[in-house]
Design a protein around this ligand. Structure first.
Ligand SMILES: [Zn+2]
Length: 70
Protein backbone atom coordinates (compact mmCIF):
# COMPACT_ATOMS: atom_id res chain seq x y z
CA UNK A 1 0.00 0.00 0.00
CA UNK A 2 1.36 3.37 -0.99
CA UNK A 3 -0.09 6.03 1.22
CA UNK A 4 3.14 7.73 2.17
CA UNK A 5 3.75 9.88 -0.88
CA UNK A 6 2.62 13.06 0.84
CA UNK A 7 5.26 15.56 1.70
CA UNK A 8 5.58 16.43 5.32
CA UNK A 9 5.70 20.16 4.71
CA UNK A 10 2.45 20.24 2.80
CA UNK A 11 -0.87 19.70 4.39
CA UNK A 12 -2.93 20.85 1.45
CA UNK A 13 -3.88 18.00 -0.83
CA UNK A 14 -2.05 17.98 -4.14
CA UNK A 15 -2.45 15.90 -7.22
CA UNK A 16 -0.70 15.55 -10.53
CA UNK A 17 -2.68 17.82 -12.80
CA UNK A 18 -2.58 18.00 -16.57
CA UNK A 19 -1.94 21.51 -17.72
CA UNK A 20 -0.70 23.57 -20.61
CA UNK A 21 2.24 25.84 -20.11
CA UNK A 22 3.42 28.66 -22.30
CA UNK A 23 6.43 27.91 -24.50
CA UNK A 24 7.66 31.47 -24.19
CA UNK A 25 10.43 31.46 -21.62
CA UNK A 26 9.69 35.04 -20.70
CA UNK A 27 6.13 34.21 -19.83
CA UNK A 28 4.93 32.05 -17.01
CA UNK A 29 1.41 31.60 -18.30
CA UNK A 30 -0.28 28.27 -17.91
CA UNK A 31 -3.75 26.85 -17.64
CA UNK A 32 -5.32 23.70 -16.41
CA UNK A 33 -6.16 21.18 -19.08
CA UNK A 34 -9.76 21.06 -18.03
CA UNK A 35 -10.06 24.78 -18.68
CA UNK A 36 -8.83 24.36 -22.23
CA UNK A 37 -11.37 23.80 -24.95
CA UNK A 38 -9.25 23.83 -28.08
CA UNK A 39 -6.83 21.21 -29.36
CA UNK A 40 -3.91 23.60 -29.42
CA UNK A 41 -4.44 26.47 -27.02
CA UNK A 42 -2.47 29.65 -27.13
CA UNK A 43 -1.33 31.59 -24.14
CA UNK A 44 -3.82 34.16 -22.93
CA UNK A 45 -0.99 36.48 -21.95
CA UNK A 46 1.35 36.47 -24.95
CA UNK A 47 -0.37 34.38 -27.63
CA UNK A 48 2.49 31.89 -27.81
CA UNK A 49 1.80 28.23 -28.34
CA UNK A 50 1.36 26.16 -25.25
CA UNK A 51 2.65 22.71 -24.56
CA UNK A 52 1.07 20.04 -22.49
CA UNK A 53 2.61 18.89 -19.29
CA UNK A 54 1.91 17.88 -15.77
CA UNK A 55 2.49 19.55 -12.47
CA UNK A 56 1.72 18.89 -8.86
CA UNK A 57 -0.96 21.38 -7.97
CA UNK A 58 -2.98 21.97 -4.91
CA UNK A 59 -6.46 20.68 -5.45
CA UNK A 60 -8.54 23.75 -6.11
CA UNK A 61 -9.96 24.98 -2.86
CA UNK A 62 -9.77 28.73 -3.15
CA UNK A 63 -13.40 29.18 -2.23
CA UNK A 64 -12.69 27.98 1.25
CA UNK A 65 -13.17 30.60 3.94
CA UNK A 66 -10.65 28.77 6.03
CA UNK A 67 -7.39 30.48 5.02
CA UNK A 68 -4.91 28.95 7.36
CA UNK A 69 -1.34 30.05 7.31
CA UNK A 70 1.23 27.66 5.90
ZN1 LIG B 1 2.62 33.23 -22.54
Amino acid sequence: MYFSRKRLMVDLPEEMTSLWSCTNELCNGWMRDNFVFSVQPVCGQCNSLMEKGEKMLTIVANTSPNQTKR
